[in-house]
Write a protein that binds this ligand. Structure first.
Ligand SMILES: *Cc1c(COP(=O)(O)O)cnc(C)c1O
Length: 459
């Protein structure tokens, strides 16, 4: 029933709580120094509000915990597997479902089969692990995002859309080098921005005209479907699950992290229609993850995901989810903090290049802002800029397209007063932005450097 009141409330009440450990800014200054100024290296108990990621950090429901009790740990053919497979196929009716321990394992398996030297994989925007897995196979990862998607302050309802003309050009010239085209819904690295149904249809039509399969990196498919429901003409009366099924019908397969929209603490899958490709992927699965009816997962994980998938497409949840993210973003925007607009589904992205314009890209303005948010208010965020994407496959370093700091909001986890506190902290840091300094990277691993790099502040 439609309410006549405008406040969108959390469609749940709290059933079990976890304490937060209060810290002072002195405690936090010490902790971040010990962590080499990398927020990934902090002890989580030294963090007050953890917006590092929305991955695996959401609150499970009563019904998910109950489902966990149904977990059957049979090695092969567990009933938990069949419930998981049915829940996946209900939304994504691909012929083969291959369970993995998380999304990147699905990527690793797929690209170890389809990638390789000389191959090109287009995407609207590769997520960091996706790019790393494409490149680790020897292939080239190409981002074909529409121009609006690369401009932080340009408002467009579907900033995650792929540039179909660029895709057409690439396929016309080099179709034989492209084993698969990917669409990431929503576009995580580009601000959690959705892809329209019209764009998915156009990309699908283009791929299939050239005989190239289209795969979805579907981590936030439910949030993307909600944006389609809200913003795309003619979609407002459809069920979310129905929109999801149409999206799936336009693709030939998907990779998935169940740690995102399906409310899993762990899990993922690869799903596809092609029998021969599925056979080759399952062979790699058995070598690296496990038997095809559990992948890298326990039966209880499969149960939690199956139940989570049903909850993920509920309109009351999605209305609350998208509104609560916008609540944070709109407040920062109103306070003059530069944010990516419109506000995305799972996170608010602060434009560190605009806010810290005195810090050059290769002195990592995003890292500087993220460290300041932690010291000032105990908020852990994530740099998505030149620290994450600056190192090129040829070994050189170059500035990323955007210098963003992502405040990723775990699902069903924080209340509105937590968010009001975050708004206050971000405003205080923004007011002091001209005093923040850049950083120098003093230790760097070979791949995915943002996870383990260490930094020193510059004078
Ligand atoms: C999280 C994520 C992945 C990788 O999934 P993991 O479960 O973290 O391995 C891939 N693509 C996108 C868009 C993601 O957000």
């Amino acid at each position: 029933m439609e309410s006549s009141f405008s406040t969108i409330i959390e469609p749940f009440r709290i059933h079990s709580v976890e304490p937060l450990r209060m810290t002072t800014s002195d405690d936090r200054r010490r902790a971040i120094e010990d962590a080499g100024f990398n927020l990934f290296n902090l002890h989580a108990t030294d963090v007050l509000i953890d917006f590092l990621t929305d991955s695996g950090t959401g609150a499970m429901s009563r019904d998910q915990w109950a489902a966990i009790q149904q977990g059957d740990e049979s090695y092969a053919g567990s009933p938990s597997w069949f419930r998981f497979e049915a829940a996946v196929k209900d939304l994504f009716p691909f012929k083969h479902v291959i369970p993995t321990h998380q999304g990147r394992a699905a990527e690793k398996i797929l690209f170890s089969v389809l990638g390789g030297d000389g191959r090109i994989v287009p995407n609207n925007t590769h997520f960091d692990t996706t790019r790393a897995n494409v490149e680790a196979s020897g292939a080239r990862a190409v981002d074909l995002l529409i121009a609006e998607g690369r401009e932080a302050s340009t408002v467009h309802p579907f900033k995650g859309n792929m540039d179909v003309a660029e895709l057409e050009k690439l396929l016309a010239a080099q179709r034989d080098d492209v084993p698969v085209v990917f669409l990431t819904i929503t576009n995580n690295s580009g601000g959690g921005q959705p892809v329209s149904l019209a764009n998915i249809r156009a990309v699908s039509e283009t791929c299939h005209r050239y005989g190239v399969p289209l795969f979805l990196d579907s981590c936030r498919f439910a949030e993307n479907a909600w944006f389609i429901h809200e913003r795309e003409p003619g979609q407002g009366d459809r069920e979310i699950a129905d929109i999801v099924r149409e999206i799936a019908s336009l693709a030939d397969g998907m990779t998935m992290s169940a740690k995102k929209d399906p409310f899993g603490n762990i899990g993922g899958w690869l799903a596809l229609n092609d029998d021969d490709l599925a056979e080759r992927c399952r062979t790699v699965l058995i070598l690296t993850e496990g038997f095809p009816t559990y992948g890298g997962l326990a039966g209880r994980d499969l149960e939690a995901i199956a139940q989570g998938l049903r909850e993920a497409v509920h309109p009351d949840y999605l209305r609350y989810r998208i509104r609560s993210t916008a609540y944070l973003g709109d407040a920062l925007d109103a306070a003059g903090v530069p944010v990516v607009k419109p506000i995305g589904g799972h996170a608010v992205y602060i434009d560190a290049r605009a806010l810290l314009s005195h810090i050059p890209a290769l002195q990592y303005p995003g890292q500087s802002l993220a460290v300041a948010l932690y010291i000032t208010g105990g908020i852990r965020s994530c740099e998505i800029g030149s620290v994450m994407f600056g190192r090129q496959p040829d070994g050189t370093e170059k500035p990323a397209d955007m210098e963003l700091v992502r405040l990723a909001i775990p699902r069903r986890t924080y209340t509105q007063s937590h968010i009001d506190y975050v708004i206050e902290v971000v405003k205080a840091v923004a007011q002091d932005a001209s005093n923040l300094r850049g950083y120098r990277m003093v230790r760097e691993p070979l791949a995915l450097r943002h996870f383990t790099a260490e930094f020193e502040p510059l004078d």
